[in-house]
Structures are given as structure tokens and as C-alpha cells.
Design a protein around this ligand. Structure first.
Ligand SMILES: [Zn+2]
Length: 143
């Protein structure tokens, strides 16, 4: 008997629905607080620095660097067993926030702390796309 394993899916909340909808549209959105001029991630109802509730959504550049990473040789969930080894990284975006995401691509074995990356999206269901990151050349000209 063959068992089809489904991966765990994000469950959007009132705070994260905008983020997930943007990801489905191929855009990486983070929050910005005009009161203290800071970005924040993950999404919350208020600014964690100044407690302002006047928080805005902005489109992030999608560019950043690998702050740290790990190579997973043991799947964290049975649905990921076909992917091992896979790379999970803490990405520091140009906007200064850090986010946990998968790092993918044919050259992912060259990942290192400080590697420049850019966002890409993996559609995992009709309703969900996951922001992921791929390596970009350090000397790549600006698009
Ligand atoms: Zn603030």
C-alpha cells in the first residue's frame, strides 16, 4: 500500500494572511513602522519597537544574505524525506530583518554564511506559495 504524505502547510492568521497572499502572487512582503522607521518580520499587529499600531506592509527587495544555515540530513517531517539533504537558512534581508527559509537551487551545496541570495517562491498548494531563497553571484550586476 502506498501512502501519500502531505507536507504541513502554513495556517494563515489575521496577522499573516496578507503575507501569504502576497507570496502566492510572487511578492515578498514585510511590515514597516513609519513611527520609528523600522521594518519587522514576522508579521504582528503592532510595532515591536515602539508599539505603534500604524504598521504598514511594504514589498521587500527580496535580496539578502545568509546569516546562518544548516544542512538537514534527517527529514523534519516524513513528507520531506525525498528532499534530504536540504538547506534551511536564516536570511538577513536588505531591509535588516531576518527570516527562516529554505535555500534551494542547483548550486545550493556552495552555500556559506554571507552568501548573497534572492527570494524565489515554491508553490506548494493552490492556496500557498513559500518564499525560498537561491544563491546569486556576489558580483552580479544589479537588475
Ligand atoms: Zn515603531
Amino acid at each position: 500500500m502506498t501512502q501519500t504524505l502531505t507536507r504541513p502547510l502554513p495556517l494563515p492568521t489575521a496577522e499573516t494572511t496578507h503575507y501569504w497572499q502576497a507570496a502566492l502572487d510572487g511578492r515578498l512582503k514585510i511590515q514597516y513602522c513609519p513611527a520609528c522607521a523600522r521594518h519587522q518580520f514576522y508579521p504582528r499587529r503592532f510595532c515591536t519597537q515602539c508599539l505603534s499600531q500604524d504598521i504598514q506592509w511594504i514589498q521587500a527587495s527580496g535580496k539578502g544574505r545568509v546569516y546562518t544555515y544548516t544542512v538537514c540530513h534527517v527529514a523534519a517531517h516524513p513528507a520531506f524525506e525525498s528532499r534530504v539533504p536540504y538547506v534551511i537558512g536564516m536570511i538577513e534581508l536588505e531591509e535588516g530583518v531576518r527570516m527562516l527559509a529554505g535555500i534551494v537551487g542547483p548550486d545550493v551545496d556552495r552555500v556559506a554564511v554571507g552568501s548573497p541570495v534572492e527570494v524565489c517562491f515554491e508553490r506548494i498548494s493552490d492556496e500557498t506559495a513559500l518564499p525560498m531563497f537561491r544563491l546569486v553571484a556576489a558580483d552580479a550586476p544589479a537588475a
